[in-house]
Write a protein that binds this ligand. Structure first.
Ligand code: URA
Length: 215
């Protein structure tokens, strides 16, 4: 899916030379876990910058060493919520740029037979209704884990949710849009398809295994 089509499907694809270069390193089979980790974290920072374009700020009167000026501060607390475990890679990059953010965790795994999401853990900060929430998962594959995670966040009061991933595919986009049409999707790329095992093609393989070196 090209950037124009993706945008028509409601996905903000970050069209940027650094994103393309870093993502190619992640896709390459030969990339070792240490490089894979570095590149995910660097990409996460760029994607965070893109997501943050939509964040509200408020004007605050401040003083430089020379005189007062009108500055800006983020209007809402930021909550980063990785879907365990691959989402932790995006978190590791982003938390360096927004160290003031709270972190929630949602554990969902895909049943290997049915590919349906199974929720096994959820621990979220109490301020979700006020917060700007970023839900993180590198791969938007079937879309079912993402949709389930958004439902969990909404049930806990979240009203402003953005979904950030590295690679999306048409199936995942369709499912997340169907379940939660108002949630923006920010991605580094939209790939061709999902294979019968639930992997995005060409994709980058199992993001969690490659990040944690458990392949
Ligand atoms: N999860 C992954 O890690 N990779 C995919 O391609 C799909 C889901």
């Amino acid at each position: 899916m090209r950037a124009k089509e993706a945008s028509a499907a409601g996905v903000q694809v970050v069209d940027h030379p650094l994103v393309a270069a870093r993502l190619s390193i992640l896709r390459a089979r030969a990339t070792p876990p240490n490089e894979f980790r570095d590149n995910i974290q660097q990409l996460a920072i760029i994607l965070l910058g893109e997501a943050a374009r939509a964040w509200e700020t408020r004007v605050v009167e401040m003083e430089s060493p020379l005189r007062w000026f009108l500055g800006a501060e983020l209007a809402r607390p930021i909550v980063l919520v990785p879907i365990l475990r691959a989402g932790l890679g995006l978190l590791d990059g982003m938390i360096r740029i927004v160290p003031e953010a709270s972190t929630g965790h949602i554990g969902i795994y895909r049943d290997p037979q049915t590919l349906r999401p199974v929720r096994y853990y959820s621990r979220l900060p109490p301020n979700l209704s006020q917060a700007q929430v970023l839900l993180l998962d590198p791969m938007l594959a079937t879309g079912q884990s993402a949709a389930e995670a958004v439902s969990i966040l909404k049930a806990e009061g979240a009203e402003r949710i953005q979904f950030v991933c590295l690679v999306a595919c048409p199936t995942g986009i369709k499912e997340l849009r169907r379940s939660h049409p108002e949630v923006p999707i920010i991605a580094a790329a939209v790939d061709l398809e999902l294979n019968s095992a639930g992997y995005i093609v060409p994709g980058l393989g199992d993001a969690g295994d490659r990040y944690f070196g458990t392949t």
